[in-house]
Design a protein around this ligand. Structure first.
Ligand SMILES: Cc1cc2nc3c(=O)[nH]c(=O)nc-3n(C[C@H](O)[C@H](O)[C@H](O)COP(=O)(O)OP(=O)(O)OC[C@H]3O[C@@H](n4cnc5c(N)ncnc54)[C@H](O)[C@@H]3O)c2cc1C
Ligand code: SF4
Ligand code: SF4
Length: 610
């Protein structure tokens, strides 16, 4: 008989491991709009199954909570039951020995507080507030509500132009989104329950690459109404496009030389080629939109004058000013903001960083864009300095990986302290204080000073990418409300107490994403149309194919490939490669067509118009 033996997993353990990973995927794919009480009850049951049973609060208390939650679900509870659930959870939270108990109780307390309406509705009406509001996950999570299963089915049938027409119904920038959308639509894709989310953005890329030029729909007869759009970024372009389709005369006022906003003056060519951006903007302008570039509203023309001349205004001025760190030496030569650097590249002025040591301060997508652009501008060394851990960076994982593959170095857990300069006031070093990761604050682990001496990082240039602000002053002076530096607009895009003035996009939300600005432009167009006394409808007229019944076999997700990092870092040419037709057909075939199966169909029917 041996004294010790090597542990190997038995069949039951292996099976349980696979069930855990099935469950993890299922939770990731939880669609929006589920009953919070029902889910909480299931979660607490699972926590109870994990209990070691040693301490009474966890073993007995969680069991009591399950029974009380079942009473709520079965219509046997009253308001006092909710108080008892809270008291029980409180006492488990205070007295359970380990995380199995106190974390489960914490979850109950958070849910009671955050989803109070659902609990009260179960007690008073015996059903949930969410009732039958479960939407198709991908379409619901796309801020613009693009009909994702519809266009995937069209790609599967190689009807690429129809796919573009369908997308344009809700999003007039399909090429841009196919290339750079952060694709929140994939976050809860139901396919994740089987293997992994459908590559929704990748399939949009196939549609726009294969479709060729697709003319925009005809505009409605002219209404005689005039709308001024201030700012020609994705938000302003979207509002202008839909308002023109509705028959209104639209004039875009743009302060820069060219249209596009951050699509041109932020996102680099290697991610969004200018040729394709220009073609997309030209398609939008073909709706009959007039453009006045190099006119800054508030400086070259007053908001009052525009208000007199037009029937409605849409403000979509984005977030374009740089934010300051507020440290010594920040005004030195060679300290440049990310916005300033990308703006000059946007106008085709390429700085020469040959042989320079560049430090980028920041951990978001903008920081990655300036770091990767610096590599392409010839920098000898690019270091991205971040005060938290690499894992805490807000940049997309693929952007950080891409920057590292191109030779950028990520220097984590270093907080900038001051900038040292030479006798000509030119930057020569960044002094940083080493950090250590510490307690969670506002949901994120926060860094604190480590007990280590400051370090000096020698450099020739410092690029600051710590966020952008909004130039709201001229609008505030006109009487438009400003809250925390952003324009204060309602969810309908209206400005309180100023009829006929609307606002949306980054200038309202703060720096966000392209698809959120597009969605805001769409909402504004609909509400400006109503304000002007009309009710035009935007349709696609595209028939969606019936679903096939063969999508259940587990199958890997097709990922988009990139040009080799050694080659791509030498130029600003596009880096991402599209799928082949064969890959696109397979990937489109993975879609479970939640518009037909699972949730019946889009609740209330497919949104064929808005
Ligand atoms: C470097 C960088 C990379 C990014 N990468 C991505 C990405 O990969 N994916 C993604 O989804 N989002 C990305 N974003 C965010 C995205 O670009 C923005 O959220 C989006 O462009 C906001 O659109 P908007 O129309 O509200 O504003 P903007 O795009 O900023 O457009 C506003 C326009 O208004 C003009 N304007 C401003 N003031 C005036 C005035 N007074 N008069 C006239 N015109 C004026 C500006 O010149 C500009 O053209 C990135 C942003 C940056 C900076
Ligand atoms: S626009 Fe973006 S979020 Fe919407 S469906 Fe396309 S990739 Fe997804
Ligand atoms: S399986 Fe298809 S329809 Fe369902 S969420 Fe994913 S992409 Fe959307």
């Amino acid at each position: 008989m041996s004294r010790l033996s090597i542990h190997t997993k038995n069949k039951a353990q292996i099976t349980m491991e696979s069930l855990y990973s099935d469950l993890e995927r299922r939770i990731v794919a939880s669609p929006p709009g589920l009953c919070s009480v029902d889910l909480l009850c299931s979660f607490v049951k699972m926590c109870l199954a994990q209990s070691c049973g040693k301490c009474v609060p966890c073993r007995v208390g969680l069991n009591q909570i399950v029974k009380l939650l079942e009473d709520v679900l079965n219509g046997k509870a009253d308001m006092e039951t909710l108080d008892i659930i809270k008291l029980t959870a409180d006492s488990i939270y205070q007295s359970a020995d380990c995380a199995i108990g106190f974390e489960a109780a914490g979850m109950v307390l958070r849910c009671l507080e955050g989803c109070k309406e659902d609990f009260v509705s179960h007690v008073r009406t015996h059903h949930c507030t969410c009732n039958s509001s479960q939407p198709v996950p991908c379409a619901d999570l796309c801020p613009a509500g693009v009909d994702v299963p519809g266009y995937i089915a069209l790609v599967a049938e190689k009807r690429y132009a129809d796919a573009v027409r369908l997308i344009r119904k809700d999003n007039p920038l399909p090429v841009t989104c196919a290339l750079i959308c952060e694709h929140p639509c994939e976050n809860r894709c139901k396919r994740t329950m089987i293997d992994a989310p459908v590559n929704i953005r990748g399939l949009k890329r196939v549609a726009v690459d294969m479709a060729g030029d697709v003319p925009i729909p005809e505009c409605a007869p002219q209404t005689g109404k005039r709308v001024a759009v201030i700012g020609g970024g994705p938000g302003g372009l979207s509002a202008a496009y839909y308002l023109s389709l509705m028959g209104h005369k639209v004039v875009i006022y743009e302060q820069r030389k060219q249209l596009g906003g951050m699509l041109r003056y932020g996102i680099p060519n290697y991610r969004l080629p200018r040729k394709r951006l220009d073609a997309e903007i030209n398609a939008i302008l073909s709706a009959g939109i007039e453009v006045k570039t190099q006119v800054s509203v508030g400086e070259d023309i007053s908001i009052m004058d525009l208000k007199k001349e037009y029937d409605a205004l849409y403000i979509s001025i984005g977030a374009h000013t740089d934010k300051k760190i507020g440290m010594e030496g920040e005004d030195a030569e060679g300290v440049i903001s990310a916005v300033e650097m990308l703006r000059s590249i946007g106008d085709g002025v390429m700085p020469d960083y040959s042989g320079k040591k560049v430090i980028v301060i920041g951990g978001g997508n903008v920081a990655m864009d300036v770091a990767r652009s610096s590599v392409r501008l010839g920098a000898e060394k690019v270091s991205i300095v971040y005060r938290r851990r690499k894992a805490d960076m807000t940049a997309l994982r693929e952007e950080v990986d891409g920057a590292e593959a191109e030779g950028c170095e990520v220097v984590e857990l270093k907080a900038p302290v001051r900038i040292e300069t030479d006798e000509n006031n030119h930057v020569k070093a960044l002094v940083v204080q080493p950090q250590m990761i510490s307690s969670v604050s506002h949901g994120r682990p926060a860094p604190k000073n480590a007990n280590q001496p400051e370090e000096k990082m020698e450099c020739d240039l410092i690029l600051v990418a710590i966020g952008q602000g909004i130039v709201s002053k001229p609008f505030e002076e006109f009487g438009i409300g400003v809250k925390k530096g952003a324009i204060d607009a309602l969810n309908s895009s209206e400005i309180m107490n100023l009829p006929g003035i609307f606002a949306g996009g980054d200038c309202v939300t703060g720096p966000a994403t392209v698809i959120r600005a597009i969605a805001a432009g769409k909402v504004a167009a609909a509400n400006i149309d109503e304000y002007l006394g009309f009710h035009h409808e935007i349709v696609s007229g595209v028939e969606i194919p019936e679903p096939a019944y063969n999508a259940k076999t587990p199958c890997g997700r097709v990922e988009l490939a990139f040009r080799d990092s050694g080659d791509r870092k030498k130029d600003f040419e596009p880096i991402e490669l599209s799928m082949t037709c064969e890959e696109a057909c397979q990937e489109a075939g993975r879609c479970l067509r939640c518009d037909h199966f699972g949730y019946g169909s889009f609740r209330g029917g497919r949104k064929e118009k808005w």
